[in-house]
Design a protein around this ligand. Sequence first.
Ligand code: PEP
Ligand code: MG
Length: 547
Amino acid sequence: MLTLTGKPVSTGIGIGPLATYRRAAISTEVRPVEDTEAELARFRKAREEAAGQLGSLYAKALETVGEKDAAIFEIHRMMLEDDEYTEGVEGRIREGLNAEAAVDQTALELAAVFRDMEDEYMRGRAADVTDVSRRVVQILCGAASEDAFVYEKVILAAGDLSPEEVMHLDAETVLGIVLSAGSATSHTAILIRNLGIPAVFGVGQAVCGQEGKTAVVDAIGGKVFLDPDEATLTEMRERQGRWQESQKALERVRGKESVTQDGQKVRIYANAGHLADLPGVVGSDAEGIGLFRSEFIYLESDDYPTEEQQFAVYKKVLEAMPGKRVIIRTMDIGADKKADYFALKPEENPALGLRAIRLCLTRPELFKTQLRALCRASAYGKLAVMFPMIISVEEVRRAREMLRKAKLELLAEGVPVAETIETGIMIETPAAAIISDKLAKEVDFFSIGTNDLTQYTLAIDRQQTGLDDFFDAHHPALLRLIEMTVRNAHEAGIWAGICGELGADLSMTETFLRMGIDELSVPAASVLLLRSKVRSLDIGASGNKEL
Ligand code: PEP
Ligand code: MG
């Protein structure tokens, strides 16, 4: 048995066989080809292998997720046999291109054709051409397939994972995650918490090369056991059972008010990253969505998502939460959240670079598309919009003006838009907290992003492995900024919430309630736990503590 210690970044215990996440090393660079016939044969062999893979995935998916969801693999397989596709690739190879580049160029061309089609279903096929071609290129490059863990229940091991990679994971099949590196405050960690998968980061290299061994991820104690002995396995199974029981016990506060013993109320909302988080949020009994990270729509796409595509997502989110406030944050692209098609220049300090509202104001045409989609969706629920990474009154005014124009434009086109769309900002830079008295006069609410506020206040890169011990989210400087922000909000007659991870830290709940926080937005799995904590507190009796 091997015992590894790391940083728990979510909670719960996962037990299963270990599978290593393999990142496909693929290249579609153009290479000169001398033997065209041999290159054609390489392509045909890879295509056949891809069809075989898709056939077995279809069979497995039929058993596990049913015919409707399995159909995608059949569609992909049929695409491989499509004449236009095959002739496109083979024609390019005959002109002298290598197979990888020929597949890539054909996929780009066909995807563009699909994307321009009128019919929504056909437009959706663009992503399928890209996916299926990626599979063929992977085979041509000899890279391992990423399907290994998709339909098996496993504990996933990796060096680190990007936010995009986490978005492809499924909590039903990934029973736990163990990373040799990783930062507990990164977006990778946040997405894993939102999915509710037990995870431990920073366990070191020993987790590599342990394929197939039984692994226990104890995200309560921050330990990983590889090849556990019988006694450890039994103990961990018992702990897992007790943890599951304690989760069930929280059901007693479902449907109850989030109110302290002495009557102080706070709204408990949930955070969501993308549509896959919605069932968890809906089932969590959250009173609203306090942060919908819209940038993940951009990260999931291979090209700028259109107004129509964004509208469809926002509408779904609003319709899933009837009568409840849904706060959608405008795209926070930049820093660690980058999509290739944005073609952003490399930066020395990306966390301090062209990110979030700065990018939106620099590329107004992109921002306008998102604002129009949001305004259109506002007719389907209780939408609030908020802007990230604000540092000045000027930025807020410019962003609000663009939102106002988008709304007027739609109304002039006869498109329904909600009468009022609450508009807020994230307080996640020290500058915003310090001028929160001025900012409060410009908006309807504040949502404090403690993840970035900690990073920028303490000057600690939240993405960097190895700094977690310095990332003190309880630092008095941070708490004073939060208190000041809440006070300034209330003095201006607006409300203030917290949507950073600190909102779910139960050791801080009393402090935040004493500050008078109005809302806490947390991962779905923490909603009932937090409500139970709130209901146990008696703020009046606990007195004020110095920050
Ligand atoms: C934050 O910074 O606290 C926040 C909620 O935004 P994100 O974690 O997405 O940067
Ligand atoms: Mg942030």
